[in-house]
Design a protein around this ligand. Sequence first.
Ligand SMILES: Cc1cc2nc3c(=O)[nH]c(=O)nc-3n(C[C@H](O)[C@H](O)[C@H](O)COP(=O)(O)OP(=O)(O)OC[C@H]3O[C@@H](n4cnc5c(N)ncnc54)[C@H](O)[C@@H]3O)c2cc1C
Ligand code: FES
Length: 584
Amino acid sequence: MKVLSVNVGLPRTVPWKGKPVSTGIFKAPMSGRVRLRTLNFDGDAQADLSVHGGPNKAVYAYPVEHYGYWRRELPEMTLPWGMFGENLTTEGLPDDTLKLGARLRIGSAEVVVTQPRLPCYKLALRFGRDDIVKRLLASGRQGVYFKVATEGNVAAGDAIVVIDGAEDSVPLSEVTRLYAHDKDDLEGLRRIIGTAALPDDWREYFEEQIGRASARGRPRPGQTPAWADYRPFVLKEKVRESEDVASFHLVPEDGQFLPPYLPGQYLTVRVSIPGIERPVVRSYSLSDVAGSDHYRLTIKRIASRSENSPSASGLVSSYFHDRLAVGDRVEAKAPSGTFTIDVAEHDRPVALIGGGIGLTPLLSMLNGIVAAEPPRETWLFYGVRNDREHIMRTHLEDIARIHPNVHLHVFYSQPRREMGEMGEMGEPGIHIGHIDLSAMQQLIPTKGCDFYVCGPPSMMDAITRGLEAWGVAADRVHTEAFGPAAIKRSVHGPTNEPNCGFEVTFARSGVTALWNRSESPLLELAEEHSVAIDFGCRAGSCGTCMTHLLSGAVRYLHQPNAPLQGDEILPCIAVPTEPLSLDA
Ligand SMILES: Cc1cc2nc3c(=O)[nH]c(=O)nc-3n(C[C@H](O)[C@H](O)[C@H](O)COP(=O)(O)OP(=O)(O)OC[C@H]3O[C@@H](n4cnc5c(N)ncnc54)[C@H](O)[C@@H]3O)c2cc1C
Ligand code: FES
């Protein structure tokens, strides 16, 4: 095994499809010895350091044997060394069977195998053809990234010597297989996350993949809706719960049977609001346990933050509060959502943690738990500003009094009056402050609970971080976002150089745009380019934005709650993992 060529290059700006693009993919062979440092060869750099380069991708090597393959595949092209953006063109280096963590000596430097290369559009730019990205991935001839264990000098002709083959590790080809081909191979995914040499971003990606693959294998509630499309309901009763919150009891207009639902599921409602051109869609959790003659929604009126701008008040929540009268019509899709609990699983304790109006799905869960036998040990943590916002107080306190398995703790972050050690007016179970890790550790005797969390973004962020710090397994923490900002996790992995971007074609609109921001979902790209996609929750819950994927692939910023089939995707929480085309 030896080095045929050492190639370096600094970023340059070149035109690509009418736009200037900065790229370090153009590399030229060097004569003589070149110093390899922790992050780069001397004279080499990447254009976008947030995704390219870095210690785990300091050196990219591509075998000459693959050049033979590409010369046969692309006979019309000249392919000089460095064409694939590689720093080292190698001979005899078996990139697919090399194991993660294998240590090699090259010249006087030592490097460690970290990951295969997943190409982005900059390879297409270098080759002047779009199909090369897919073809490279499909060919399995991706080359290998190294991190630098010992800095040194490298020249063409230097031998490549295996110091440690990392025989117990997994081959590079396994990373590509699980990423690109066998995404549901749970056994393979579990094996690879246990591989010590796997870089952390890949581990996070595959952990999320395990969650997605497991969810796909389970029969998901709501996947077969109780009725198709929208069904007409009428408002039977409106119950005031607090100054800004009211419950709405809906009965089917046709008077027919009301299907049950799982605790934690929601209704997606559509209302026609006078003065608004098109019907408006929103999702609301079912706030009671199934089994009565009506569905109950509990809705907080989103008030305008400024008296001068009444238009900023919530459109649908204000409509429910101020205009919807008993007997009026509301259309609703069948109950849906995967933020649900199996109340019969009584041998595992559960912690329900709700902030503000985020209490609603947890109320349904709690009511389900106390209706089930045998009892399940349950902690309900409920955070509100003060007693004015404390809804369903009597109901919750009655449950806690009657059911010894239910432990109720309410947190006032801005109490209106002095509270003693026992809480408001000496009431046990009322605390001052926010729900945080120390409160949970103090009041919940075991971290072996299933945690269900729903609330404002800052609270959900703090709680999920707290649970992680406490060592609670990720698959025990279930969250639901009421809006787009809640728990916006960064896109993990697939180290597919995501910020490089991918071309997204909105086929029906005849628009092609470049997506290159790792946390911005496709819905935002569509809006920026005036492509109309209807939406409701912008959180992957209601299914309103569902769009058909014509080609390419996506992954999600978090697990979608809305049921999906075949080629359907949710652009409100989806980001591309390759160039794609949407039916929009
Ligand atoms: C799965 C799911 C379940 C939900 N369950 C419930 C529920 O049980 N009860 C409930 O009341 N809501 C619930 N929501 C939220 C609900 O769907 C609406 O987003 C909410 O009522 C606001 O809609 P709107 O039309 O009134 O406000 P919009 O017209 O959409 O927004 C108007 C203004 O208010 C701001 N705004 C929007 N939402 C909030 C907010 N939560 N807090 C502060 N400002 C905001 C917006 O930024 C905007 O400036 C749920 C959402 C989802 C996705
Ligand atoms: S807008 Fe609700 S799922 Fe996308």
